[in-house]
Design a protein around this ligand. Structure first.
Ligand SMILES: [Fe+2]
Length: 306
């Protein structure tokens, strides 16, 4: 069976020409995995998805793992993580942006980045689509690396950057805080949500992808903290902060982004070792449910800072 592949806006591809309700043979599986490695972000539309076939399809791309923060993992399908917006709990995820209340907005990040061992990938399926807004953005950090000038690439070759897990967005140093006010019910520390307190982790500023060998700019705004010992790369602290700010602005360029507007039957698969993602959030009162499966990573890309 030949798959059809169509380029999305800027990065990633839409893949069609197969049916998720039918068995996926070895040749088709190999083709899908190869497209995933080549493009990093795959969109599938109009599939007849249920929890059972979502899990089976995700296994084409590797062993699945349970999310360590799985507060809402399904009892029947432990591989499924449910992301849900509902009126009863949305106040905990609500904040104000330039005077507008938004639920579940998330800055650019890579999942489990703060552990040093990010999962290899994940697949999202919209079970209940937001009636408006609620987009998921994906950013290709391999393309972001390719677009850097030679001098910046040379500088980054000797630099490590750190990420510090934090519950309060206003403690994050490189997110855009203009017009931001936390909501009255926003969590203040990890234990408020029964999360552990993760130590700071360091990554090379450029990570070589363990499977594809591509260079990935390991910069995403959420939890980004500092450059380790910048003087070793000939930078004073002010230059180090300016460099991180410049790199974050680079990753925000639309040419590296694809924003998915969810429709029933859609699935998006991404390579979490290469692509960052974000959510635009919704207005209060908008119901939304996403089922997510997580593909295990077998490589440790970062290190805990002692
Ligand atoms: Fe995420």
């Amino acid at each position: 069976m030949a798959l059809q592949v169509r380029a999305l806006d800027n990065v990633g591809v839409e893949v069609s020409g197969f049916d998720i309700t039918k068995p996926i043979d070895a040749a088709l599986a190999a083709e899908l995995v190869s497209l995933w490695n080549e493009h990093g972000i795959l969109v599938f539309r109009g599939q007849d998805v249920n929890p059972h076939n979502q899990i089976a399809f995700s296994r084409v791309f590797g062993e699945l793992e349970m999310h360590p923060l799985a507060a809402t993992t399904s009892a029947e399908y432990p591989e499924l993580f449910t992301l849900v917006n509902k009126p009863e709990t949305e106040k905990y995820m609500t904040a104000s942006y330039n005077g507008r209340e938004i639920v579940s907005k998330l800055d650019w990040h890579m999942d489990l980045h703060y552990t040093g061992k990010p999962n290899r990938g994940a697949l999202l399926r919209a079970v209940v689509c937001a009636s408006e807004d609620g987009l998921t953005g994906f950013g290709d950090l391999a393309k972001a690396y390719d677009a850097l000038d030679e001098a910046t690439r040379e500088l980054l070759a000797n630099i490590e950057v750190t990420y510090a897990f934090s519950m309060q967005r206003r403690h994050m140093r490189f997110v855009n805080l203009e017009g931001y006010e936390p909501g009255p019910y926003s969590p203040k520390k990890p234990s408020d949500l029964n999360f552990p307190s993760f130590p700071e982790v360091a990554y090379p500023a450029v990570v070589t992808h363990p499977v594809t060998g591509r260079k990935v700019l390991e910069i995403c705004e959420q939890f980004l903290e500092r450059i380790v010992a910048p003087h070793r790369a000939g930078l004073c602290n002010d230059e180090a902060v300016d460099l991180l700010q410049r790199l974050v602005e680079h990753t925000r360029k639309p040419e590296f982004h694809y924003f998915h507007q969810w429709q029933e039957g859609d699935m998006v698969l991404w390579d979490n070792w290469r692509a960052m993602h974000c959510t635009t959030g919704t207005k209060p009162g908008v119901e939304r449910m996403i089922h997510r499966t997580t593909i295990m990573g077998d490589a440790t890309l970062g290190r805990v800072v002692d």
